[in-house]
Design a binder for this molecule. Sequence first.
Ligand code: AHM
Ligand code: MG
Length: 333
Amino acid sequence: MISKNQTLGEFIIENQASFRYSSGELSRLINSIRLAAKVVNHEVNKAGLVDIIGNIGETNIQGESQQKLDVYANDKFIQTLINRNIICGIASEEEDNFIAINSQDENHQNKYVVLIDPLDGSSNIDVNVSVGTIFSVYRRITELGTPVTQEDFLQKGNQQVAAGYVIYGTSTMLVYTTGDGVNGFTLNPAIGSYYLSHPNMQFPEDGQIYSVNEGNYIHFPQGVKNYIKYCQKEEGNRPYTSRYIGSLVSDFHRNMIKGGIYLYPGNSKNPNGKLRLLYECNPMAFLAEQANGKASDGFTRILDIKPTELHQRVPFFCGSKNMVEKAEEFMKH
Ligand code: AHM
Ligand code: MG
């Protein structure tokens, strides 16, 4: 039962039984992410004060050196998940390799691995623009009680058990799915609790917003160029509006609420584009599909791509179903 003044804690407890492999482990995992997100949120909110209380690389009053926020967020999420002994492995956009956690211990029965982009769009922090954390959860496929291997992380996105993001915006929100729709929770900073503010989020089937870095236009594949021209054409409900923050979580979040498409295509310089399949595209694709949207690389469903490496990049077309399908049509010709 969804009621609007429910806190995230209450929601997790109430919905635990409906998780596919319910054992309380996934609930504890989401709980840890919610906690780490609060700590990171606090730090992100202070970013504008950095010149006043000390520069990055300088030593602060306590004698600790100040970290860049993306490194800080990375450490916080990893520490929280390791300390609470909930998962058996973690891979992060900020780390070259995955981290195996206590999995040499044969008594260690934790079954989930987490993949995380701790602070996506972090170059926006300097200019006070929203950034986000993106996470994705899988069940390990290797045997319990043995060290996790790369195989556990290189699973297709359609195997995700949970995925979500935190948006550090005008409000801080945690939006996630466990495969049963998408719900959004807004942090009340005065109390430190997240409240269910956006139950059952859905992409409108159609939209009028396109989000793409048009500065790269000259390097885009012809299909994308033609689609952009289509978006700009005066016909029916077009021209569409162009909105690009350059912060995937924020662009996605707006498009999910208002209806729109986000594109980061391949280009002649980087044929696979910029975004990472495991840390960015898979979790966003899972959320999109759970919210009645669609995500593809222009030709194939993102969630069906078999990853071959941890930091693999992939072209990304994601948003309102009809818009993504239209863009795919243009890619075919
Ligand atoms: P990051 O992981 O280095 O932060 O890069 C990912 C970000 C996305 O949030 C955003 O949509 C995209 O990069 C913007 O890239 P560009 O500046 O090339 O348009
Ligand atoms: Mg990123």
